[in-house]
Design a protein around this ligand. Sequence first.
Ligand code: PLI
Length: 458
Amino acid sequence: MRQHSWAEPYKIKAVELLKMTTREQRDAAIREAGFNTFLLRSEDVYIDLLTDSGTSAMSDRQWAGLMRGDEAYAGSTNFYHLRDAVEEYYSYKYTVPTHQGRGAENILSQMLIRDGDYVPGNMYFTTTRLHQELAGGTFVDVIIDEAHDAQSEHPFKGDVDMAKLDALVDEVGAEKIPYVCIATCVNMAGGQPISLASLKAVRAWCDKHGIRLAHDMTRVAENAHFIQRREAGYENKSVKDIVYEICDLTDIATMSSKKDAMVNIGGFLAMNDPELYEKACALVVVYEGLHTYGGMAGRDMEALSIGIAESVDDNHIHARVGQVEYLGNRLRDAGIPIVLPIGGHAVFPDARRMLPHIPQEHFPAQALAAELYRISGVRAMERGIVSAGRDSVTGENHKPELETIRLTIPRRVYTQAHMDVTAEAMIDLAEHANQIRGLKFVYEPKMLRFFQARFEQV
Ligand code: PLI
């Protein structure tokens, strides 16, 4: 079954036409956008690799599901379909829909974190850490050191360093750690998986200390695919079974279903503890909506329950990750430095090595993403010092080791030729990288600054 090439297990039924732009038009557009690709208009973008979030193509079955939307305020049929899909594929008994992943993060953080608590995790994610901080907590990074090294080819860079967890509990005590938060296919590390061996070790550690284990399951299917390929004993298990096994090891999950589950909007908080579910139901009505829709339309819950089933199909995920690897291998073969191994959802060119003449304080990755757009119309995202933001206590810039741009591939959207054009653009970019200039802020938002910051060239 997995012998064939990564060719897609679908054919195209409808297309969306793109506008072609000139370099002069793009030069004006990126200046207008303050050198921030988040501030471009999408109609000015040719190949949009900003994010894989909410940008995937739904299947004909999902579109048909939209027509079966039951838009009742309370008790929508589609909610029960979603709840059943979450239990069947992800193991969790109780589901609280939210408008997207950060809605679930807000509720989880408010329910469990008290002032002065610490929340260990396998690398930060922007919205996750911010919700932890807003609830009074401090995020502590417990991922293995290899995850911060773009060149390390460790097969499971999402693994947890148990010594870091032990050191934290020795220092602050288990009562100050409400939960450990484990992400599958760690986004900020370059889409890198955690092994089941590491997850089981964290589970045992949590049991020993009486601490809950939360799961950011945004890209769990991609993680399962890497386990199938790389972890001994899992080569003959299906992605569906591995996904279930991962989820079953954890107590609570936050999900942005805009990624793995291939819907344009939606998410949920899921759990097994009935008391926690009662608390979540009380909070969701304040921030999202009634506990049977939580900010989602009935039709979107229907498309989501169908997307969940499609997302764990072996052939789907083989083609999905295969396309990402195709692009990554083209860049690597051309000598462009990227984060290795190639991740599940994106390729991360290394701005530190492409632009050694620009110091990190002048935002090399931000400048690289702006220039890529200018020369090609390909839109990427900065994942470096701008995304990392400032320390909430000292106000100093976090200075992450990984200073990258992210070429993020939406699921089921682009063709191999689009990947070739992207690779050609990156090769052109590398040829004149030494002429790219650094940037400085002209506007820096206080929270999640990367979304709306504006820059000028230094
Ligand atoms: O964008 P949301 O609110 O649906 O989900 C937030 C979120 C949580 N966890 C992880 C690992 C994410 O990747 C994530 C959102 N990621 C975005 C938007 C991205 O472009 O990667």
